[in-house]
Write a protein that binds this ligand. Structure first.
Ligand SMILES: [Zn+2]
Length: 444
C-alpha cells in the first residue's frame, strides 16, 4: 500500500481500492471466463447497497444506465456490470469470509498513518479492543450448512453468531471495526465454549497486527477465564475483563480472606461533581489473586469501582475487573476507566447490526454455504468506511456535522445518487460541501 495516505486524510477511493484488491484475489470457484471480475462486481455491488443504506440502489443505477448510459455503481463502487441479486448470491456464497479480513486491516493502518487514531488510546495508554459475541441471524425455516442448529421444545432453530472486534476509546464517539470471527457449528453448543473458540482464533490470527503490549483486550464476565487471559498474555496483549463473584469463586474467596488483614486490599476514594450533586468514587484493588482453583491458577490483579451519590448514598454504579495491568494509587483509575468503556463499545458495535439502517435483510437471501457471513463482512466494511471517512476526511466530517443527523446525511446521499451521475465520491462530497456553504474546501 505504500504511503498513499501518509500525513494526509483518508479518501473513499483508497478505501474502495482495499476492498477491490481483496475481492480480486478470491480464488476462482466457478467455471467460465472472467470469474475474478464477476466476483469483484458481486462483492462491490453488495457493498454499495450497505454503504448507501439503500436496498434499491442497484435498481436505480441499472435504470440510470438505461437512460444515461452511465451509472454511479460503476463510477463510485467500481461495479463494471451490475449483477442480478441471484448472480450476486451465487457468486458470493462459496467465498470464504476470511478473504475479506485484509481491507479491515488496510483501513485500520490507513487511519493509523493519517494520525486519526492518535487519540484512540485508553487511559492505560493502550488501544482498547473489545471482543463481543452476538447473533446476526435467526430463523425457524431458512438455513444453510453453516447454521448453528438448536432444538427447543420440539422446534428447530437456525442461527448465526459472530465475534465482533472493535477498537474504541472512553471519550470517542466512534468505534473502528476490525475483522470479525465467525462462530461455526463445530465450535460447540454452549455460548461460552463457542465464543471462546472464536476468541482464540481471533487472537491467534490478528494479534500480530499490533505492536507488542500496545493493546488491551476487553470482554464481558463470560470470558474472564484462564484460557482467554493466558492467550492474551502469550500474544503480548493486556486484558481488563469484567470479573463477577458468582463466576470467580476462588478469586473472591481469597479476597474475603484478605479483607480480614489490615491494608491487604488497597483503597482510594475520589469525590466528583457531576453538575447536580457530588459523587463518591470508591476504588478497591488487590494483586496476585487466583483466577481459578488449583495450583496452576493464573494470578491476576483485581479492582473494583463503586460510585455513590454522596447525599443519598444511593449506589449509582458498580463493577469489578481482572487485569494484568499494574495497579497502584494512580493506575487504578485508568484501568477502571478503560474497563468501563466496554459497554459503549459493545453498544456501538452491536447496534450497527441491529438498527443503523444498513439493510442487512436485503433480498440476497441466506445462501447454502457462506453467503450470510460474506454479506455481514461487507456490511461491517461499509460501517468501517463511513467511520474512517468521518475520522480521516475533513470534507466528509464537515458535511456530516452540518447535516446533523445520520438520517439526513443518508437521505441526501441517496437522493443525489438516484437522480444525478457522479464521476467519483470525491466529486459528490465536493458538491455537497459547496452547496452547504461550508467555506473553502479543506485540503487533505
Ligand atoms: Zn445459515
Amino acid at each position: 500500500m505504500g504511503d498513499i495516505v501518509s500525513g494526509k486524510g483518508v479518501k473513499f477511493s483508497e478505501l474502495m481500492g482495499f476492498l477491490r484488491a481483496s475481492l480480486a484475489k478470491i480464488p476462482e470457484h466457478r467455471r467460465g471466463e472472467n470469474g475474478h471480475y464477476q466476483i469483484a462486481d458481486a462483492g462491490q455491488a453488495a457493498f454499495s447497497v450497505f454503504f448507501m443504506q439503500e436496498s434499491s440502489f442497484l435498481a436505480y443505477q441499472a435504470s440510470m444506465q438505461e437512460k444515461q448510459g452511465r451509472n454511479n455503481a460503476r463510477s463510485l463502487f467500481g461495479v463494471a456490470e451490475i449483477p442480478s441479486d441471484g448472480q450476486t448470491r451465487n457468486l458470493l456464497d462459496p467465498v470464504d469470509p476470511a478473504a475479506l479480513a485484509a481491507p479491515f486491516w488496510a483501513t485500520y493502518e490507513a487511519l493509523e498513518r493519517s494520525g486519526a487514531l492518535l487519540d484512540y488510546r485508553g487511559a492505560t495508554g493502550t488501544q482498547l479492543v473489545s471482543l463481543d459475541g452476538t447473533q446476526y441471524f435467526a430463523s425457524q425455516k431458512v438455513h444453510c450448512e453453516n447454521c448453528r442448529v438448536s432444538v427447543r421444545a420440539g422446534r428447530t432453530y437456525y442461527a448465526h453468531q459472530v465475534l465482533l472486534a472493535v477498537v474504541g476509546a472512553p471519550e470517542r464517539p466512534h468505534v473502528v471495526c476490525l475483522p470479525p470471527e465467525f462462530i461455526t457449528p463445530q465450535d460447540g453448543a454452549e455460548k461460552q465454549d463457542c465464543e471462546q473458540q472464536a476468541i482464540k482464533r481471533w487472537i491467534e490470527q490478528q494479534a500480530g497486527h499490533f505492536a507488542p503490549w500496545s493493546v488491551t483486550i476487553l470482554t464481558d464476565d463470560l470470558h474472564c477465564h484462564q484460557p482467554v487471559c493466558q492467550l492474551a498474555l502469550d500474544h503480548h496483549m493486556h486484558f481488563i475483563l469484567t470479573c463477577k463473584p458468582d463466576s470467580h469463586l476462588a478469586l473472591y474467596e481469597e479476597l474475603r480472606l484478605l479483607e480480614r488483614v489490615a491494608g491487604a486490599i488497597s483503597t482510594k476514594t475520589v469525590r466528583h461533581w457531576n453538575g447536580r450533586h457530588h459523587e463518591v468514587w470508591q476504588y478497591r484493588w488487590a494483586t496476585a489473586l487466583p483466577l481459578r482453583e488449583g495450583q496452576a491458577a493464573l494470578r491476576v490483579s483485581w479492582c473494583e469501582l463503586t460510585v455513590l451519590n454522596e447525599e443519598t448514598t444511593e449506589q449509582l454504579y458498580h463493577n469489578a475487573w481482572a487485569t494484568d495491568h499494574t495497579l497502584d494509587e494512580t493506575r487504578v483509575e485508568a484501568v477502571a476507566r478503560d474497563g468501563r468503556s466496554r459497554w459503549k463499545v459493545e453498544n456501538e458495535g452491536i447496534n450497527v447490526l441491529k438498527n443503523r439502517g444498513y439493510h442487512f435483510e436485503h433480498n440476497y437471501g441466506h445462501g447454502d454455504q457462506h453467503l450470510s457471513a460474506v454479506l455481514l463482512s461487507l456490511l461491517l466494511l461499509a460501517f468501517l468506511f463511513h467511520t474512517a471517512l468521518d475520522l480521516g476526511c475533513r470534507m466528509y466530517r464537515a458535511i456530516r456535522q452540518k447535516l446533523r443527523t445520520r438520517r439526513k446525511f443518508f437521505d441526501d446521499l441517496r437522493g443525489l445518487t438516484t437522480y444525478l451521475y457522479w464521476r467519483s465520491f470525491q466529486h459528490l462530497l465536493s458538491f455537497m460541501y459547496r452547496q452547504l456553504e461550508l467555506g473553502p474546501p479543506p485540503i487533505d
